[in-house]
Design a binder for this molecule. Structure first.
Ligand code: KIV
Ligand code: ZN
Length: 521
């Protein structure tokens, strides 16, 4: 199998994304993770661009680039224009690395030659050759990029590539600087270039694709299929404008479809997710949930049919194992579309093995909850289960609750409780909605317990999280706890309070105390 070299430019092209600049310490942290990821080359920066970037590259070269015995040591590369002072600065920044690389570039498209340089093709060719030779004085590891190669005249491009290889470039990178190409065309460009350039075997052909048309990964892969053996890419696809080819997508495509590519990378894919999280945290660039490989939904299944398939065999709906990229497990998100099998599977995972009858019962309650909130989390399930597990025979059951509260309103609650088929209703005002609710309940039950403690916590995440209320009440020295859950915190409070009161009643029945019960309405 051929090896595809992974050249990571998160710290150079990625860092050029608007708002993504990193300081030296942050660059160092990312570089350490890139080494753990085992990318082959880290393009650590553009040393001439600022003293800070020079220092950041130097630090990475002298630490991550030194490597440790038995640990993967990446090549450390710096970018330089085809300008002597750039190349000298680049060398000074990378030279402490065990495997330093100088990457020098100059644009070869007529658009750039005429408008940017006000020069000629011949002059640009001479400069490219001269600067590659200059870089070669420092190291044999020299990469050359004809910027905007895709929009360059093909014959001229081949002439430049041939000349820089003769001048000593060991890697020639073909950039689609403006993300203009499409896979068939770009693949063909690489194929024709390899056929046309006579000394092409003396260098590695690399590609560097931008994502302006959303085709950076596809174009890079088309190039690999046509003989490119280095891909330049960035974590999460960061980079100028719409970004560069996403490293995680390139690497996982080559791995997952090795039957097609007949090639492999040296990347430790288990470190991909960690790298993605780190870069996202440091740059503040949020990863979209449906982003391939590292997005929050990349291994999440929500429909009942998909969950059922996944439970029976993971490969029904997954082409990669999430563990391969460092994600612990696939998420079977429980939503209103989930089925009984999905629910049961999750419950088993949480250690609850229910009988068919128990499952039927919890499934009904799960559906009611799932209709009220987007996702039902593990905490929601345990709350649902514990709610149904009360040892106390239910004396009163909450049937109806209506609250009127707000600024400038007297909080009022109307409560309807059911006891053995009989329905009782009362209304009351209070200092707040919870106080009004407890007063209405007290009117029905005839008990007037003191609320000793009231606590509310969110048992899952999101705005539609379940609230769990725990109350401790005291009735003539008898203390009882009650717990209730609901997406509506006043309803959760009522459930908790009624549970506590039922416990009091169960205890007071034993002692003979008879609370007053109102007539059926
Ligand atoms: O996009 C580009 O052409 C570049 C070069 C410097 C390789 O980033
Ligand atoms: Zn670029």
């Amino acid at each position: 199998m051929d090896k595809v070299i992974i050249f990571d430019t998160t710290l150079r092209d990625g860092e050029q994304s608007p708002g993504c600049s990193m300081d030296a310490a942050e660059k160092f942290e990312v570089a350490q993770q890139l080494a753990r990821l085992k990318v082959d080359v880290i393009e650590a920066g553009f040393p001439i661009s600022s003293p800070g970037d020079f220092q950041a590259v130097k630090r990475i070269a002298g630490t991550v680039g030194r490597g440790k015995k038995g640990v993967h040591t990446p090549q450390i590369c710096g970018l330089a224009r085809c300008v002597k002072t750039d190349i000298d600065a680049c060398w000074n920044a990378v030279k402490d690395a065990r495997f330093p690389r100088i990457h020098t570039f100059i644009a070869t498209s007529d658009i750039h030659i005429e408008h940017k340089f006000k020069s000629t093709r011949a002059q640009i060719l001479d400069r490219a050759v001269e600067m590659v030779k200059h870089a070669r004085k420092y190291t044999p590891n020299v990469e050359f990029s004809p910027e905007d190669a895709v929009r360059s005249d093909f014959d001229y491009l081949c002439q430049v590539v041939t000349a820089v290889i003769d001048a000593g470039a060991s890697t020639v990178n073909i950039p689609d600087t403006v993300g203009y190409s499409v896979p068939v065309e770009f693949g063909n460009l690489i194929k024709r270039l390899i056929e046309r350039v006579p000394n092409v075997k003396k260098a590695v052909i690399s590609v560097h694709c931008h994502n302006d048309l959303g085709l950076a990964v596809s174009n890079s892969l088309a190039a690999v299929l046509n003989g490119a053996r280095q891909v330049e890419c960035t974590v999460n696809g960061l980079g100028e404008r719409a970004g560069n080819a996403a490293m995680e997508e390139v690497v996982m495509a080559i791995k997952t479809r090795k039957d097609l590519f007949r090639a492999s990378t040296g990347v430790d894919t288990k470190e991909i997710y960690r790298a993605s999280r780190l870069v996202s945290q440091i740059t503040g660039m949020v990863v979209q949930p449906n982003k391939a490989i590292v997005g929050a939904n990349a291994f999440a299944h929500s429909s009942g049919i998909h969950q059922d398939g996944m439970i029976k065999n993971r490969t029904t709906y997954e082409i990669m194992n999430p563990e391969e990229v460092g994600i612990e497990e696939s998420a079977l998100l429980l939503t209103a579309r989930s089925g009984r099998n999905g629910l049961n599977n999750r419950l088993k995972h949480l250690g609850f093995h229910l009988s068919v009858k128990e499952l039927d019962e919890i499934f009904e309650r799960f559906k009611t909850l799932a209709d009220k909130k987007k996702y039902v989390f593990d905490e929601d399930l345990t709350a649902l289960l514990s709610e149904g597990k009360s040892e106390t025979p239910e004396t009163f059951a909450l049937e109806y609750l209506n609250i009127s509260a707000g600024t400038g309103t007297i909080p009022t609650a109307t409560v309807r409780l059911n006891k053995g088929g009989k329905v009782f209703q009362e209304a009351a005002c209070g200092d707040g909605p919870v106080d009004a609710m407890t007063k209405a309940v007290d009117k029905i039950t005839g008990l007037k317990p003191k609320m000793e403690d009231y606590s509310l916590r969110s048992v899952s995440s999101g705005k539609d999280a379940l609230g769990e209320v725990t109350v401790r009440v005291d009735h003539q020295g008898l203390k009882m706890l009650g717990r209730g859950t609901s997406t509506d915190i006043i309803e959760a409070s009522a459930k908790a309070y009624v549970t506590a009161v039922n416990r009091l009643l169960a205890a007071s029945n034993k002692t003979g105390a008879k609370p007053a019960i109102k007539e059926k309405i």
